[in-house]
Write a new protein. Structure first.
Length: 450
């Protein structure tokens, strides 16, 4: 593979991304280079970006012959290839699709490999893009026959054969044209990558959009990696477009669009309400970390607050959507109101006085865990799982508390899914890496100390 061309490409992309981020964060939008090769672009070479058909999915199980995206050790860039051999040291020999004069193979560890499952459910009559076998370029076509190998009819054969047999890995649906995207439209997208300031999401358009961290929720997101991860399916809306640049932004908050940002609600009427009083509410939307509920007072004043996942009911909640749904009528208590940040925290659990159910839980005192050395192993039990890690209950000096084993601390190597590694109730050994008594947070690890 051509190292110089890769390095140059990486530098150009990095400069472009940094330039855009600093100049356009308020717009919160970004797009990758267009992926469509039209008939007017036939002189361009085949992009090295994997053209995984929309509808395909990634899988963590790897075998010889699998088509994958792998991290090249020479330049730390992802390229398409095929698993040629599984080595004795648990690495994989990857044969690159297009080495460009460089080594044809590299040994890559499991955490540097993503298996690609090819979409094969195309129907006769559907419009697709496919690689023309004679020149390796992408052209528009129509599916005329289905099977293990598909037959497509080229839109503009230009003197060549009208039809060709094409492997499904060399096919994809045409991307949604930029001019067909409308502000406010809803799409289901796939998170392609996560950065500190936002996530790039593929909605099947000609380019990926940026879901800025400020548009994930109306609540402040301190750590985006606690909310989003690569490969996660998300519902998003187009928040804005820049016609002259072909860029668009996304939001996970319906109605939070450019030029149409909803004015913050006045939470003053809610600030002095007793925390043991129940109010009627309607679930406005759900998220992995909780449910946003619209609370309406008797005088008609309304505002949204967050019922954190831990406040939906007593006991463990595995999936918010299993407990509440959009439009559902619920009863909530107002636990706190922060007028400065314009946030309201709600609870659906019993809290003070009266009624059954669990009482209000004070923050756990983590002081007994502060003195435990980071290289000391402690017995624990998995309390609950999340896409970003596992919460494990540990005990010290007769007191129990939950800490987070982040997905990167479960074991050495790449972990695709927390559920594949751990289960609720499983007994594990962990190390206490850090304790923050003030915030009531404890970080754990199941990996050997470095």
């Amino acid at each position: 593979m051509a190292r110089s061309s890769r390095s140059s490409l990486s530098a150009v992309l990095l400069l472009a991304a940094l330039s855009y981020v600093f100049s356009s964060l308020s717009f919160a939008s970004f797009s990758a280079a267009p992926r469509l090769h039209t008939s007017a672009q036939r002189t361009q070479g085949l992009s090295r970006v994997i053209r995984r058909a929309r509808g395909g999915e990634e899988s963590e199980k790897l075998a010889v012959g699998d088509i994958v995206s792998a991290l090249c050790p020479d330049d730390s860039q992802w390229y398409p290839g095929t698993i040629e051999k599984i080595n004795d040291d648990s690495t994989y020999c990857i044969k690159w699709d297009d080495p460009e004069g460089g080594p044809e193979t590299h040994d890559v560890p499991p955490d540097g490999i993503r298996k690609i499952v090819i979409f094969k459910d195309y129907k006769v009559g559907e419009q697709v893009e496919a690689i023309f076998p004679d020149d390796g370029y992408w052209y528009p076509a129509e599916v005329t026959k289905v099977g293990d190998v598909f037959t497509v009819k080229w839109e503009d054969p230009d003197g060549g054969p009208e039809t060709s047999e094409v492997d499904p890995k060399d096919m994809k649906y045409p991307p949604i044209p930029y001019d067909k995207l409308e502000v406010g439209q809803k799409y289901q997208g796939t998170v392609k990558s996560v950065l500190d300031f936002g996530a790039f999401v593929d909605i099947g358009a000609e380019s990926d959009g940026l879901l800025h961290i400020s548009r994930i929720s109306q609540e402040r997101i301190d750590n985006i990696y606690d909310v989003l991860s690569e490969g996660q399916q998300v519902d998003v809306w187009i928040s804005g477009k820049r016609e002259d640049e072909g860029k668009y932004g996304l939001t996970m908050v319906e109605g939070l669009t450019e030029g149409g940002r909803r004015p913050p609600a006045d939470l003053t009427p809610f600030a002095d309400l007793p925390s043991d009083e129940w109010f009627n509410g309607v679930v406005a939307r759900t998220a992995p970390f909780g449910a946003f509920v619209t609370v309406t007072l008797e005088d008609g004043t309304a505002a949204d607050g967050l019922v954190h996942v831990s406040k939906i009911k007593d006991g463990f909640v595995d999936n918010v959507d299993d407990e509440v749904s959009v439009g559902q009528d619920v009863k909530v208590r107002i636990e706190s109101v922060d007028l400065d940040s314009n946030r309201m925290s709600l609870s659906m659990r019993e809290g003070f006085g009266g009624g059954g159910g669990g009482g209000f839980r004070e923050p756990v005192d983590l002081t007994p865990f502060e003195s435990i050395a980071p290289d000391t192993w402690v017995n624990g039990k998995v309390a609950r799982l999340a896409p970003f890690g596992a919460f494990v209950t540990v005990t010290a000096e007769g007191k129990s508390a939950d800490g987070l084993v982040h997905i990167t601390q479960i074991r050495d190597g790449f972990v695709e899914s927390v559920e594949d590694e751990l289960s609720v109730g499983q007994e594990v050994e962990v190390r206490i890496e850090s304790v923050d008594v003030d915030s009531g947070k404890m970080s754990l690890s199941m990996k050997q100390p470095e």
